[in-house]
Design a protein. Structure first.
Length: 259
């Protein structure tokens, strides 16, 4: 009887989670929106408190809900992260024995049209976002701030891939980037200060090419030198047959090891 009740409650919690998930996907619930109280939600769905909390745990695991603690806490809608999807995707690739070289080839295919679209449209806000990321990388390099350089490099990558008119392709690029970042962070040593400053020069050159609308130049420049994770040099990873690593998600993608 206990097992049957537990299974029934699990199914009910999944139905409730799917109902809330659908409202988030449709835009009826937006990031930052607060949920009604537990008692109100229990009345709306006609469920017990344990079932409601299990549904919220499901959504919290998916990154759709954050349960705030304290007197004025409660569930709140959050912007979904690619981290859970990146973890599963990386695990799938790892189980299939996919190499870092294979992943790099996929990224080249996906990123080239995004870079071309960014350079072709080169809207003022997009170029401003790119410029901010480049200067942040430069400041971090001068200060010897390795983590800051990595964050700025990631922001540069995001600035380019989020501006594409094909949003599906942009999401795929960022997913591949997260998996690649996991493997790169483990496969090579961090860039030292001279290497970071060298990378900044290439970042600035890419900004110039994009600002000038030079699509061919920007695409040719992007692949070898846009070191967006700030963790490895292309010369160290280009020919490696390391298996793709599985990702964690403590503060963005965290490698658990490239064998």
């Amino acid at each position: 009887m206990t097992r049957h009740t537990g299974a029934r409650n699990a199914r009910t919690s999944e139905v409730v989670a799917e109902s809330i998930r659908a409202r988030i996907a449709s835009g009826e619930l937006k990031a930052g929106d607060r949920f009604p109280t537990e008692d109100e939600l229990m009345a709306v769905f006609g469920i017990a408190r344990a079932t409601l909390r299990e549904a919220l745990r499901i959504l919290e695991t998916e990154g759709l809900v954050t349960v705030l603690r304290g007197r004025h806490g409660g569930p709140q809608v959050t912007s979904p992260s690619l981290d859970p999807l990146a973890r599963m995707f990386a695990l799938h690739l790892q189980m299939g024995g996919v190499s870092a070289r294979d992943l790099h080839a996929a990224r080249e295919i996906v990123e080239q049209p995004l870079v071309a679209a960014f350079t072709r449209t080169r809207s003022a806000p997009a170029l401003a976002e790119l410029h901010t990321a480049v200067e942040a990388a430069a400041a971090a390099a001068e200060a010897g701030d390795g983590p800051g350089f990595g964050r700025a490099s990631g922001a540069l990558y995001s600035a380019v891939t989020t501006q594409s008119p094909n949003r599906s392709l942009g999401v795929l690029a960022r997913l591949l980037h997260q998996v690649a970042a996991c493997c790169q962070q483990t496969a090579g040593r961090p860039l030292d200060a001279p290497e970071q400053r060298h990378a900044v020069g290439y970042y600035r050159r890419f900004h110039q090419l994009a600002e000038a609308g030079d699509v061919a130049g920007a695409c040719a420049h992007w692949q070898p030198w846009m070191i967006h994770t700030g963790s490895t040099s292309p010369s160290r990873t280009a020919d490696r047959e390391l298996p793709v690593t599985r990702c964690g998600a403590t503060h963005g993608p965290v490698a658990t090891g490239c064998r």
